[in-house]
Design a protein around this ligand. Structure first.
Ligand code: FRU
Length: 480
């Protein structure tokens, strides 16, 4: 019988892009066919970046997940490699779930969750190892479970190991659910990355005074950043608070200090990382040059009704971003390597803009926009992806400092998201629009809004307006 791995590789090798699919991004990672979700195993090894992702090759729905594998020299041009892991072992046959990568004895290892539904359809989660077995790092041998079950007091919703080394010991954080159905992050330690000891829960519901923190915490990632320890992840079931946490499943981070030996993590409030509509399961890695890099799934669990399913694929990964901690806040910036994708540019001269003078241009839906606006009075806005009666509005109200992304007039999409910015009279936007992916970096990464947009045609209009006045200091569109 054709193995699951071969079946996935056949799909990967035979997948073709339909010529009338103008939603397939040019430079964001998407699945060849089927469904993509979390980035996994992000690592730089021997100078090359490896980025794996959760993949269901057989349908645009969640199912028994595989690990697809991409590599890159520059974080921008990615090559899809043979599938790394298939759900073909007794302990992971219902999904090779999310996890991370590490290097041990100069060999690339993967640490993932084996998802199993037993004979009585009960979930069994184990944390498993695999390692690369060829010089090209294209085939992986499973080494089996190394954490055989969740600790006492927790359900089998126990997954997504993120591993790191510190002072000659290994540590990992895992997402977990207590028997009271609350979400927590658990810390484990090991001398050799094979024998693991459970230490303690270090964050989540009931810890550090946190209450009402949802029913599960997925995809934790804990790392040092600019002198602090940042824990990012995805609590499920938290309620909206003001402008924050309006997605069905949310993302965010704590800033604090981790004491590994005592298994204590003192941290501040949980803050949103990306404020857009589709952003989940972010994972970071430390690059050789010291940058903390992040990739994320530009999707949300339970939102799988996007129109790309008519072309047999769904979801995308974000651009790779670098992280910076400034005044207790994580800033995200697109890595500079993206500039190498720029093909041509149109630059507008510095100019004042008032209520009667909008600035409009048409372009293909694959561009980067750099926009610096000063002396804003009234509301400054940008209408993107305008085709027929459909569009996305971005606005900034200088009287309140409120920035808003509104897609209630977009085709197939609804809703708006907003936040309050510190600056009230100037705005710097760095926007990437890749056919159906929108990523908006505000004020050099102080806030980011990501989401999907599906214009009915590949060419659309962009309009810049002001209800009172402002000065457009810089406006450049780079075409890709
Ligand atoms: C997050 C998640 C992880 C899990 C994986 C399964 O999106 O639910 O917790 O490991 O996806 O695909």
């Amino acid at each position: 019988m054709n193995s699951l791995l071969n079946q996935a590789n056949t799909i990967l090798n035979q997948a073709t892009n339909s010529p009338d699919d103008h939603w397939r991004p040019k430079f964001h990672i998407t699945p060849p066919e089927g469904l993509l979700n979390d980035p996994n195993g992000f690592i730089q090894f021997d100078g090359q970046y490896h980025l794996f992702f959760q993949w269901h090759p057989f349908a645009c729905q969640h199912g028994s997940k595989f690990w697809a594998h991409c590599t890159s020299q520059d974080l921008v041009h990615w090559q899809l490699k043979p599938t790394a892991l298939a759900p073909d072992a007794s302990y992971d046959k219902n999904g090779v779930y999310s996890g991370s990568a590490f290097v041990l004895n100069d060999e690339l290892h993967l640490f993932y969750t084996g998802n199993l539904k037993d004979e009585s359809n009960q979930r069994v989660s184990t944390q498993c190892l695999a390692k690369a077995v060829d010089g090209e790092l294209e085939s992986y041998q499973k080494l089996g479970p190394v954490i055989h079950s969740q600790p006492q007091g927790y359900t089998a919703h126990f997954r997504d190991p993120k591993i790191w080394q510190h002072d000659d010991r290994w540590y990992c954080v895992l997402g977990a659910q207590t028997e009271q159905l609350t979400g927590q992050v658990l810390l484990y330690t090991s001398e050799d990355a094979q024998q693991w000891q459970y230490m303690a829960p270090i964050a989540g519901d009931g810890i550090n005074g946190l209450t009402d923190f949802g029913y599960m915490f997925e995809c934790p990632d804990l790392f040092p950043l600019d002198g602090q320890d940042v824990l990012i992840g995805c609590p499920q079931g938290i309620k909206p608070q003001g402008m924050n946490f309006h997605n069905r499943h949310n993302n965010g981070y704590f800033v604090g200090e981790l004491d590994c030996t005592r298994a204590q993590y003192n941290h501040g409030a949980f803050q949103p990382l990306d404020r857009g509509f589709e952003f989940y399961a972010p994972q970071t890695t430390l690059a050789d040059d010291g940058r903390r890099l992040l990739s994320a799934w530009l999707g949300i669990p339970d939102e799988d009704d996007q129109p790309t399913v008519e072309h047999n694929w769904i979801h995308a990964l974000s651009l790779v971003r670098s992280l910076h901690l400034i005044d207790g806040k994580v800033h995200q910036r697109p890595v500079e390597e993206h500039q190498s994708l720029r093909q041509s540019q149109q630059q507008w001269p510095e100019q004042p803009l008032n209520a009667t003078q909008p600035l409009t241009f048409s372009s293909e839906n694959c561009f980067e926009l750099v926009l610096n606006v000063e002396q804003i009075e009234g509301v400054f806005s940008l209408r993107l992806a305008e085709v027929d009666e459909h569009y996305v509005d971005i606005s900034f109200d200088s009287s309140t400092g409120i920035f808003k992304l509104d897609r209630s007039h977009a085709l197939h999409q609804t809703g708006s998201r907003e936040c309050t910015l510190n600056n009230t009279d100037s705005l710097a936007l760095h926007i990437f629009f890749d056919r159906s992916v929108l990523e908006i970096f505000i004020n050099n990464g102080e806030e980011v809004f990501s989401g999907r947009v599906f214009p009915s045609q590949p060419v659309s209009n962009t309009t810049v307006t002001s209800t009172k006045s402002c000065i457009i200091k810089e406006l450049i569109r780079y075409d890709y």
